[in-house]
Design a protein around this ligand. Structure first.
Ligand SMILES: Nc1nc(=O)c2c([nH]1)NC[C@@H]1CN(c3ccc(C(=O)N[C@@H](CCC(=O)O)C(=O)O)cc3)CN21
Ligand SMILES: O=c1ccn([C@H]2C[C@H](O)[C@@H](COP(=O)(O)O)O2)c(=O)[nH]1
Length: 283
């Protein structure tokens, strides 16, 4: 939590105003931030200085692991966070590749579960990584990438957290996740949870112990209409201790995640938080 608040404060104190053409909003921006999550000791990085809707964050990462490409599928799992990008984003609505209501196109897992090969066919990157890690193999390239520059016009949004690189030291699993663009008040609140859960789940289904997760952010920003609540409300609050995340131990394989897992398989214990703050969302 401290590292999150330090980043928010750094943006407020040292950020540069940058005009963002896509959203037509100005963003107070810094370049480069490195966050670390101690998954081994269950230090769940949940924001406590406002109420966090952590179940939505977990629904997103499960949807990415399943390769979802429809906002309706994300809603069925328990989050509405992709509705605006599917159905209110002007550029996407005018894109001839959009296949109708709720279509997100080739985003995140839709690529990671079927990455197109230059010579034809697809690779299921996630399945390959799970297979290797389950056998104790780390080929020093266990990389789940969602970034395909040739597919940018086939999806509603380029992936923000675009790469997850897994590493094994003995039977301890590590994760390095990279994010190109980060909406710190809204997106990061979710992305921290997702990096943590991805390492915890991957360790659990491959029979390894979770170690640390390292989260690199390149462009970290606060939109102009989010600045006042961040600076004058959220940053004035005292954080509470980190809660614990409990994952159903019956989740044992990627198939389990693909088939029966729901948000009821995740519980947070000891979550003390301040009141909700409703930040504006830039489409
Ligand atoms: N501008 C922008 N920021 C983002 O963080 C973002 C995007 N766009 N587009 C793609 C996804 C969608 N994400 C979202 C979308 C909505 C919320 C949001 O509204 N969060 C509220 C309530 C969530 C709920 O009730 O479930 C929050 O208070 O955190 C968060 C992340 C993250 N990503
Ligand atoms: O997981 C996510 C997804 C999106 N975001 C934010 C970062 C930006 O504010 C927008 C994406 O806009 P681009 O113009 O494509 O950079 O969404 C996030 O923080 N986390």
């Amino acid at each position: 939590m401290k590292q999150y608040l330090d980043l928010c404060q750094r943006i407020v104190d040292e950020g540069t105003w940058i005009n963002n053409e896509r959203t037509n909003k100005r963003c107070l921006t810094v370049i480069n931030a490195d966050l670390t999550y101690d998954v081994a000791n269950n230090q769940f990085p949940l924001v406590t200085t406002r109420k966090s809707f952590w179940k939505s964050a977990i629904a997103e990462i499960i949807g990415y692991m399943r390769g979802y490409q429809s906002a309706a599928d994300f809603r069925a799992l328990g989050t509405k966070t992709w509705d605006a990008n599917a159905n209110l984003n002007e550029a996407w609505l005018n894109n001839p590749n959009r296949k109708g209501e709720d279509d997100l196109g080739l985003i995140y897992g839709a690529l990671g579960r079927a990455f197109p090969k230059p010579n034809g066919g697809h690779v299921d990157l996630l399945q390959n990584i799970v297979d290797d890690l389950s056998k104790g193999i780390d080929n020093r390239g266990e990389i789940l990438t969602f970034l395909h520059p040739g597919a940018f016009d086939l999806g509603c949004l380029r992936p923000c957290m675009y790469e997850h690189h897994f590493s094994l030291l003995g039977d301890t699993l590590y994760l390095n996740s990279t994010q190109r663009s980060c909406d710190v008040p809204l997106g990061l609140n979710f992305n921290m949870v997702q990096v943590y859960v991805l390492l915890a789940l991957m360790a659990q289904i491959t029979g390894n112990k979770p170690g640390k997760a390292y989260h690199k952010i390149v462009n970290a920003h606060i939109y102009e209409d989010q600045l006042a609540p961040m600076r004058d409300i959220q940053l004035k609050r005292e954080p509470f201790p980190a809660p614990k995340l409990i994952i159903n131990p019956e989740i044992k394989s990627l198939k389990d995640i693909e088939t029966w897992v729901t948000l009821d398989d995740f519980k947070v214990e000891g979550y003390q938080h301040h009141d909700a703050i409703h930040y504006p969302f830039a489409v």
